[in-house]
Design a protein around this ligand. Structure first.
Ligand SMILES: C[S@@+](CC[C@H](N)C(=O)[O-])C[C@H]1O[C@@H](n2cnc3c(N)ncnc32)[C@H](O)[C@@H]1O
Length: 350
C-alpha cells in the first residue's frame, strides 16, 4: 500500500529523520514524503514514531479524482478536498460534491497541505488529496497527537524556559537520527537539562541514562520522567567524565551546553575555542562509554561575529576522525529567535 507522510517542517532535520526511519521514502513535495508499507497499522506506527510527522494519508486505489467518485467515498458528515502541491479556488468543486451527496458540509483547505490536524480531528473530517498529474486520490488516516505534544512542551512538572529546553518534536527527531527502533538499546544524554531527549527516547522504548553537571537539572529530569512513569540511571557529572559512571551505551543523543545565549560579537572569538575544548574532551571520553559501532547525535553551534562564521563542529576534522566516522553533517534546525545556528552531526564510533 502507498502512503503520504506530511511533516511539520521543511527542514533538513525532518528530511533526515524520514530518511533514517523510513527506508526508501521519497520526497514528493516540500513537506510530503511517499512510502510503501504492508498494512495501515504498519504505516501508522512509522508515522507515530517520528517527531516531524503531522499527518498520514493512504492512496485510495478505487477512487478517481472527480466529484462523483469522491462523493461516493465520503462517510463522515464533513469533508475537505485539497490539490496536492497546488493552490487554487476549490469552492466550486466542494459545492458540486456536496450537491451530489445532497447532504453534509465541507471545510475549504487553507493550502495544498489541507486542514490542520486540530481542525481535522475536532470536526471528524473526511479529508482527501488529489494528485492531478497522476490521477490519484488520497485520504487522511492519521494525524499526530497534538495534545500529547503540547503537554510535553508546556505542562511537564519541571519547566524552565531560560534553561534552553529543546522542543519535544525536535528532541524526538534527534533521537530518530539513530538507526534503531529503541527496544533493547540504551541511550544516554550527558547534558540532560530537564530531560527532553530522555522522555522521547523512553517513549520509543529505549532504556535511558542521563547526566548533567547541575544537580537541579538532574532532579528536574528525574521528576519529568517520573510524571510519565519512566525512570533511568541519572548522575550529577561533568560530561567529560562520563566514563567514570557509564559504559556499554548504544547511543548518545544530546544538545550540549552551547555557550552564552546572548553575547557580543567580540566574545565569539573566546567562546568558540572554549566550547571546542569541551566537546573534544567529551567525544574523547565517550569512546570509553560507547559500544563499538555506537552512535553520537550531537548539536554543534555555529556563531558569527559579523565577519566570519565559526563552526564548532570543525573539531571533528582533527584526530577524532581516527575514532569516529562522521556519518552525516549539516543537519540544521534553528529556533526562530536564535542568534546561534545549530548543526546536528551524526557520528559512529569505529
Ligand atoms: C542546552 S542544555 C540541555 C537542554 C536539554 N536538551 C533539554 O531540552 O532539557 C545544556 C545542559 O548542559 C549542562 N552542562 C553544562 N556544562 C556541562 C558539563 N560540562 N557537563 C555536563 N553538563 C553540563 C547544563 O547544566 C544544561 O542543563
Amino acid at each position: 500500500m502507498q502512503f503520504l507522510l506530511f511533516v511539520g517542517a521543511n527542514n533538513t532535520l525532518a528530511a533526515e529523520e524520514v530518511a533514517v526511519q523510513i527506508k526508501e521514502a521519497t520526497q514528493e513535495y516540500p513537506n510530503v514524503y511517499l512510502f510503501s508499507a504492508g498494512t495501515i497499522d504498519e504505516a501508522k506506527s512509522l508515522a507515530r514514531r517520528l517527531g516531524s510527522s503531522i499527518k498520514l494519508a493512504v492512496l485510495m486505489e478505487k477512487v478517481s479524482p472527480d466529484e462523483k467518485s469522491i462523493a461516493s467515498a465520503i462517510k463522515e458528515k464533513t469533508f475537505s478536498v485539497s490539490l496536492l502541491g497546488k493552490t487554487g479556488p476549490m469552492g466550486k468543486f466542494h459545492q458540486e460534491i456536496k450537491d451530489l451527496k445532497g447532504k453534509g458540509r465541507f471545510i475549504l483547505p487553507k493550502d495544498s497541505f489541507g486542514l490542520s490536524p486540530i481542525i481535522n480531528k475536532k470536526h471528524k473530517v473526511d479529508e482527501f488529496f488529489i494528485n492531478i498529474e497522476k490521477l490519484q486520490v488520497w485520504t487522511t488516516i492519521w494525524v499526530h497527537n497534538f495534545a500529547h505534544w503540547i503537554k510535553k512542551d508546556r505542562h511537564m512538572p519541571r519547566i524552565d524556559p531560560r534553561a534552553g529546553m529543546l522542543p519535544p518534536k525536535i528532541a524526538r527527531s534527534m533521537v530518530n537520527l539513530v538507526p534503531f527502533s529503541g527496544e533493547g538499546k540504551t541511550l544516554l544524554d550527558p547534558f540532560c537539562g530537564s530531560g527532553r531527549v530522555l522522555v522521547e527516547a523512553a517513549e520509543l522504548g529505549y532504556t535511558i541514562a542521563g547526566a548533567d553537571i547541575i544537580s537541579k537539572q538532574v532532579s528536574d529530569t528525574e521528576e519529568n520522567l517520573r510524571s510519565m512513569n519512566f525512570s533511568g540511571l541519572l548522575e550529577v557529572l561533568d560530561a567529560t567524565h562520563l566514563s567514570t559512571k557509564f559504559s556499554n551505551i548504544d547511543a548518545i543523543v544530546t544538545e550540549p551546553f552551547l555557550g552564552k545565549s546572548k553575547f557580543r560579537p567580540d566574545e565569539v572569538r573566546y567562546m568558540v575555542p572554549g566550547l571546542g575544548k569541551l566537546y573534544l574532551g567529551c567525544l574523547k571520553d565517550w569512546l570509553k562509554v560507547l559500544k563499538p559501532g555506537g552512535f553520537v547525535v550531537m548539536v554543534f553551534p555555529w556563531f558569527s561575529d559579523g565577519k566570519k562564521v565559526y563552526k564548532t563542529s570543525e573539531i571533528i576534522d582533527g584526530k577524532l576522525k581516527l575514532s569516529y566516522n562522521p556519518l552525516k553533517r549539516g543537519i540544521f534546525y534553528s529556533r526562530p529567535d536564535a542568534d546561534v545556528k545549530r548543526e546536528i552531526v551524526i557520528l559512529q564510533k569505529k
